[in-house]
Design a protein around this ligand. Structure first.
Ligand code: PLP
Length: 228
């Protein structure tokens, strides 16, 4: 199947899942995950109308962003080391994986001279997995309080990556938990903090994530095929 055909199928599944859960299909934004994907295939997806791309590695992204160009918006979705923050603020439209005050401090410091207010999403590690990034849910609101003081960052919502399950129904409680956490934070009405985005769901489980309220789904394999 071509990238365009895959994309069409994913979009149909997105729309079906949205309608099933009484949501408008437009309320779900598709982020095409391009790690290890060659530029030609990324361009195919962009030609077929994909508007947001997600990259895990700063170095890999630099080259791709130059070559793909155009109207595409790029989200950073990988683990970001503070020493790469200066490149990330130049390359990306949004950083989905902010999980420490140290990283936020560095992003804010690097965004300032560029005159940018960088949109960010806070990554939450719901299952406390050591192999994954993300703030512990119990510490999330405190981190958000601290980051909200930064004038060159704008918090837009939460992101999570649950443990891997073959059955998407097992990921569902994690998606629900992220939505509940987001509601708790929204109720605190912190100044300059938006909780509009919920980034959750990947190729194997985006339908369940949409049913639980995802506004951004991050899909790689279902669009571009298996990674090497
Ligand atoms: C690779 C990756 C994805 C996409 O995973 P697929 O299963 O290929 O859809 C989504 N989110 C993050 C953070 C990733 O690293």
């Amino acid at each position: 199947m071509s990238v365009a055909e895959n994309l069409a199928r994913v979009r149909e599944q997105v729309a079906d899942a949205a309608i099933r859960s009484n949501r408008s299909p437009e309320s779900v934004k598709l982020v095409g995950v391009t790690k290890t994907v060659e530029v030609e295939r990324i361009k195919e997806a962009v030609s077929a109308g994909l508007q947001i791309l997600g990259e895990n590695y700063v170095q890999e992204a630099q080259n791709k962003i130059e070559q793909v160009g155009g109207q595409t918006s790029w989200h950073f979705i990988g683990r970001l080391q503070s020493n790469k923050a200066k490149y990330a603020v130049k390359l990306f439209d949004l950083i989905q994986t902010v999980d420490t005050l140290k990283l936020a401090t560095e992003l804010n410091r690097r965004a300032q001279p560029l005159g940018r207010v960088l949109p960010i999403i806070i990554q939450v590690n719901l299952a406390g997995e050591a192999s994954k990034g993300g703030v512990h849910p119990a510490k999330c609101i405190q981190l958000i309080r601290e980051i909200s003081e930064f004038t060159n960052l704008q918090i837009r919502g939460l992101m999570t990556m649950p443990p891997f399950f073959n059955d998407p129904e097992r990921a569902r409680p994690h998606f629900r938990r992220l939505r509940e956490l987001s509601q708790e934070i929204a109720e605190a009405q912190l100044p300059d903090v938006e909780m509009h985005e919920l980034s959750m769901g990947m190729s194997g489980d985006f339908e369940a994530a949409i049913e639980e309220g995802a506004t951004l789904i991050r899909v790689g394999t279902a669009i571009f095929g298996e990674r090497p």
